[in-house]
Design a protein. Structure first.
Length: 223
């Protein structure tokens, strides 16, 4: 089974966590795109969605789902999103699609985070995938030096040869060379650095459930 087929499999499986009559939180990325495609089949059962990115908002509207501003919604029953890495406790690295800040905001609004991923994303320790960190541009090099002091290597994410600009008008550092054994402490620490908007370690907003696409079908992990 191809990676694309695994993504479609977990995207379809995630429909069972969508609560009829309630607004659903929707993340960003290639696996979530498969969920959005599947959501078209039950769109009449929900009032709409809160989206974590401009790209997902456009895709949701294209299938006829109303997109609410997060400020219009007090809370969400479920948030469905992918991960770049997830460990056996439900802690994740997210932000490969550059939407980590909005993803964390919508996750914090939600009572349950359902992660959809293929089995290659399950790891024993976070950090092999470079950790995305959204930063205010004037602080980027100082923050890169702080990561270097802890053994990491931070690179400014580029797009078409220029610094990538997020939906929030900021930049992203991708930090390699880390092994994150205590995700909560790491998230707490880095979030305090002046100039950091959000670090892409999701420990406070960890997954409650992970639907993992495997060659033998969808494996459900509950944390």
């Amino acid at each position: 089974m191809t990676q694309d087929e695994l993504k479609a499999l977990v995207g379809q499986a995630a429909l069972q966590y969508v609560v009829p009559g309630e607004i659903v939180g929707v993340g960003t990325g290639s696996t979530v795109n498969k969920f959005i495609e599947a959501l078209a089949s039950i769109k009449d059962r929900i009032p709409g969605a809160v989206s974590s990115s401009v790209a997902s908002t456009e895709k949701l509207r294209a299938i006829g789902v109303r997109v609410f501003d997060s400020n219009e919604v007090e809370s969400l029953s479920v948030y469905i999103d992918g991960a770049d890495e997830i460990d056996h406790r439900g802690f994740m690295i997210k932000g490969g699609g550059a939407a980590l800040t909005r993803e964390k905001i919508v996750a914090a609004q939600s009572r349950r985070f359902v992660c959809i991923a293929d089995e290659s994303k399950l790891v024993d320790a976070l950090g092999k995938f470079p950790v995305p960190v959204e930063v205010i541009p004037m602080a980027a090099q100082r923050i890169a030096r702080q990561f270097a002091a802890m053994g990491g290597s931070a690179k400014l994410r580029l797009k078409d040869g220029a610094p990538l600009v997020t939906d929030n008008g900021q930049q992203i550092l991708d930090v390699g060379g880390l092994s994150i054994r205590d995700p909560l402490a790491f998230e707490n620490d880095v979030n305090q650095w002046p100039g950091v908007v959000t670090v892409g370690v999701f420990a406070h907003q960890k997954a409650a459930v992970c639907l993992l696409g495997t060659a033998s079908g969808v494996k459900t992990l509950v944390f």
